[in-house]
Design a protein around this ligand. Structure first.
Ligand code: PLP
Length: 435
């Protein structure tokens, strides 16, 4: 092409563009063109969190004037279990005495030491303060874990059903969460044959949530030891979410770290449930890794902690008071919760088409609904209609895993007996009317 013909072609192209803009402006005001919706990123578009997504539906129902009874969120503080006074005092004192700065990214030294002490004495782990990173709740620890473990195409084994952020963040980092079956008929115990059969050359990590959200199962020492054997024989690390370690009823809690020998463990725990500090956003992740196989992963987790600066400094100082101060509120809370669990179970088991195992830890019921021959084609539809008609808000089981959670719903038994009674009266008449 000669320079002259290039110039001519460019002039023609410019004319064409000019004409198209003119035409578009004549048919559509320029402002509306500029305001066209901006595309959301593929990653953010795929994010789901059933436990809070249902609140959007509940808001719509509330606007129609109906009273909502919330049985959806695992926040004991919202149901009258108050943060113990010595923890509140420590937070106030920290704020008043000017501890309002950014802390070290890995966390306040005294808190990391107190966490190591707690994990080593109460849960028989073998860690030091330097093996701990303090996070903004376990929620942030889950993102660190997945960010540091998952490359595109990697598979993460998680229990089915599962606390859903593990599914969400495995996908967010372009991995694939694979759920291993937990057996409802055996109180949602892990199906160890299923777990082992799902290990492939792409598997990077086995996740254990014990006690379980949403099923309330508490894994036995034998089950945990067998999971560790499987992990060892496939050279895999284990991540253990033990946020409900202090909230068990009949069965005794055993930490994964206490049973692990050489298998590397990433432990996740926090202050939301046992210390009633949900809104303060405080948790931690630790590594127990005698052979140093997770060195690079841990470096990655520490780097992630630096880029988000730190967890709330006053909350961390209150965390020290939580771990080192009086613990008497915990047995008292567990006693109350056990009564509420028994009451909720009795009511659930008396409702047509419902069946439920006994939760041995945490504060969730995960009843099965026999949907066959009913007007509801799935658990999501069931939960939505229950909400619209009665105002009782629960979470559909498929939100915790479409394979092993569907046909169920999750309801918390944190509410006091009058509130639970009101909710179950409504659910019972709904079921009697429609099934
Ligand atoms: N892990 C499990 C198993 C949970 O059930 C929850 C909250 O319900 C979390 C983590 C979130 O904890 P945090 O408040 O520490 O972010």
């Amino acid at each position: 092409m000669t320079p002259q013909s290039t110039r001519q072609s460019l002039t023609q192209i410019a004319k064409l563009i000019g004409n198209s803009i003119k035409l578009a402006c004549e048919t559509r005001p320029l402002v509306s063109m500029l305001q066209e919706a901006v595309r959301c990123s593929r990653r953010a578009e795929g994010v789901e969190y059933a436990i809070r997504d249902v609140i959007v539906k509940a808001e719509e129902v509330r606007r129609t004037g109906k009273r909502i009874i919330n049985l959806n969120i695992g926040d004991p503080v919202k149901y009258g279990f108050d943060t113990p006074p010595h923890i509140k005092e420590a937070m106030k004192k920290a704020v008043d005495s000017g501890k309002n700065y950014y802390s070290a990214s890995e966390g306040v030294k005294e808190l990391r030491e107190a966490v190591a002490e707690k994990e080593n004495t109460a849960n028989h782990a073998h860690i030091e303060a330097s093996n701990i990173v303090i996070t903004q709740g376990i929620s942030e620890a889950i993102t660190f874990l997945m960010a540091a473990m998952v490359n595109p195409g990697d598979e993460i084994l998680v229990p089915g059903p599962c606390y859903s952020p593990y599914l969400t963040y495995a996908k967010f980092f372009d991995g694939t969460p694979i759920t291993y079956r937990t057996k409802e008929e055996e109180g949602w115990a892990p199906d160890l044959d299923d777990l082992e059969s799902k290990i492939t050359e792409k598997t990077r990590l086995i996740v254990v949530i014990n006690p379980s959200n949403p099923t309330g199962s508490v894994y036995s020492k034998q089950e945990l030891s067998r999971i560790l054997e499987i992990a060892a024989s496939h050279n895999l690390p284990v991540a253990a979410d033990e946020i409900y370690d202090r909230i068990t009823y009949e069965d005794k809690f055993t930490s994964v770290a206490s049973l692990a020998k050489e298998t590397p463990i990433l432990g996740l725990n926090g202050f939301s449930k046992a210390y009633l500090m949900t809104g303060w956003r405080l948790g931690y992740i630790y590594v127990q890794d005698p052979t140093g196989r997770l060195k690079h992963v841990w470096d990655g987790i520490e780097k992630m902690s630096r880029v988000r600066l730190c967890a709330s400094t006053p909350a961390q100082i209150a965390g020290v008071a939580a771990l080192t101060g009086p613990q008497t509120h915990i047995p008292e809370m567990v006693r109350k919760l056990k009564e509420r669990r028994d009451f909720a179970l009795k009511r659930i088991r008396a409702i047509p088409r419902f069946s439920a195992t006994t939760p041995k830890g945490a504060f969730y019921n995960f009843p099965k609904v026999d949907l066959q021959g009913t007007r509801w084609s799935n658990d999501n539809q069931f939960v939505t209609e229950l909400l619209k008609e009665t105002g009782v808000l629960t979470v559909h089981g498929s939100g915790f895993d479409p394979t092993y959670g569907s046909g169920h719903f999750r309801s918390v038994f944190l509410a006091d007996e009058p509130m639970l009674a009101e909710a179950f009266d409504l659910i019972e008449s709904f079921m009697k009317q429609h099934s």
